[in-house]
Write a protein that binds this ligand. Structure first.
Ligand code: PLP
Ligand SMILES: N[C@@H](CCOP(=O)(O)O)C(=O)O
Length: 463
């Protein structure tokens, strides 16, 4: 199995190489050269399997010979061993035909743990085998950062630097990033919003001298391995609702387009998904794009679902690559245009292809709060604000003939202020995190400036 870049100019890599490389050297994102298929019989055979066994069967064909079957089995088992729920990703019924896929039972209470816990294991195994060390830099709007720190803290073969937007993450998210005291963890509060943090991260990858000097690696969904691990729960959810003999739709609270792109891969592998609905908050570039064909950056506007306060959705490039029949030159041109003018127009053919798979909707702040209130009052279900965006959009777009699964992407206790304001209930943190507010914090405020960031990182890893 080889991985190729969406911009067509970088060398094709194996799974392990693509995982350690992160952003392709032509600025593109790695995608599998071909998409492995799961037949109806393969999907039917998932019924009743553990999450770990499903994960092995779904991901195995993408891994090629990078990891042996035995090693891959063991790493998957270790990745999910410390989740709080036996099913790992349980489904609960919200209303007739509408289900929540709870993805918040991992160590940091958000869906990011599904991928991050696994790639922590994969990185450590591969780096130890090679005798190498890497410097991970990540950009976060709150959840990727905490999940990455949890997965990589204390590991010998990595330093991990996380850029989070100063003052724009919830207090729980911030404390999850600033309280671990491991020497290899560095929480950096950048003066700017998530898009700026992600842009500086990509600048670092495109500065080849720096990249090679520090042996830069990425654990954002830039990294294909992140997307792959998220494909699994689409299979586990759909199989438990009757796939392959029944179609299912999914609604996904969306920001950087990584999670929903994993659903797209599941669909391309043969999972009978009727529709994948993109649910955005007021930062709705994707919804506007699907409606009008114009992908046009607006200004980022802070919301009560801060992890989705994103206007440049990195993984949309991967979907465009397929919609443009895998024409890397066309994608390069669109991305240059975005950089220079702040927008581009999607061709009619590509737009139709995208609309074939994706629906979209948007929830305002008031609608999000009202959804939290309503779900609590009617169903006794406390939703995090991101999940509430998903539930609102799912309700708007639902076809009653097809079961709908909305991804519950974070635990409500990560966003207690917004949840309490909407429902009157302050969700408590799990007991294992009860002292989070008492732990000392460690963070460095940094400017939105590439040279300053690179200098700081090099100084820290030289120590
Ligand atoms: C809680 C939560 N929901 C939804 C999203 C959006 O996911 P994605 O960026 O993969 O679209 C994020 C951020 O990734 C998040 O942290
Ligand atoms: N919402 C994310 C943003 C980064 O997304 P990623 O999936 O590309 O890591 C976050 O919580 O940081």
């Amino acid at each position: 199995m080889k991985y190729i870049s969406t911009r067509g100019q970088a060398p094709a890599l194996s799974f392990a190489e693509a995982m350690l490389t992160g952003l392709a050297r032509d600025g593109g994102l790695y995608v599998p050269e071909t998409i492995p298929q799961m037949s109806a019989a393969d999907i039917r055979a998932l019924h009743g399997l553990s999450y770990e066994e499903t994960a092995f069967r779904v991901m195995r064909p993408f891994v090629g010979d990078s990891f042996s079957d035995d090693v891959f089995h063991d790493l998957i088992a270790s990745a999910y061993a410390n989740f709080d729920h036996g099913a790992r990703a349980p489904l609960v019924q919200l209303a007739p035909g509408h289900f929540l896929l709870e993805l918040f039972h991992g160590p940091t209470l958000a869906f990011k743990d599904f991928a991050m816990q696994l790639i922590g294991q994969l990185f450590e195994h591969e780096l130890t085998r090679r005798g190498e060390r890497v410097c991970i830099v990540g950009a976060t709007s709150g959840d990727t950062g905490s999940a990455a720190i949890e997965a990589f803290r204390g590991l010998d073969a990595v330093d991990v630097f996380i850029l989070y937007p100063h003052g724009r993450v919830s207090e729980v998210q911030r404390r999850q990033m600033t309280t671990p005291d491991n020497a290899n963890v560095h929480a950096l509060a950048i003066d700017g919003h998530f898009d700026e943090a992600q842009a500086r991260l990509k600048d670092m990858f495109n500065d080849f001298d720096f990249r090679d000097r520090v042996r830069l690696a990425g654990v954002n969904s830039i990294n294909w391995a992140r997307v792959l691990a998220q494909v699994v729960y689409y299979f586990s959810a759909a199989a438990s609702l009757g796939a392959p003999d029944r179609k299912v739709s999914f609604t996904v609270p969306t920001g950087n387009f990584g999670d929903i792109f994993a659903g797209y891969i599941a669909r391309r592998m043969g999972l009978p998904i009727a529709k994948l609905n993109i649910a955005t908050n007021q930062n709705d570039i994707l919804h506007r794009c699907l409606e009008t064909g114009e992908y046009a950056k607006g200004s980022v506007s802070p919301s009560i679902s801060p992890s989705m306060d994103i206007q440049v959705s990195s993984n949309f490039e991967r979907a465009l690559f397929d919609a443009y029949d895998r024409d890397g030159a066309a994608i390069s041109q669109l991305m240059d245009e975005l950089q220079e003018t702040g927008s581009f127009k999607v061709s009619q053919g590509a737009l139709e292809t995208l609309r074939d798979t994706f629906g979209s909707g948007r929830a305002s702040e008031e609608e999000t709060s009202a959804t939290i209130r309503r779900a609590q009052a009617r169903m006794g279900e406390l939703l995090c604000p991101h999940t509430a965006v998903g539930v609102k959009v799912a309700e708007d777009l639902r076809d009653p003939a097809t079961p709908m699964v909305t991804l519950a992407t974070a635990h409500p206790a990560k966003f207690p202020d917004a949840v309490e304001a909407a429902s009157g209930i302050r969700p408590p943190l799990p007991i294992r995190m009860a002292d989070l507010y008492d732990r000392p914090e460690r963070s460095t405020q940094v400017p939105n400036d590439l040279a300053a960031l690179e200098t700081l990182i090099e100084e820290r890893i030289a120590k």
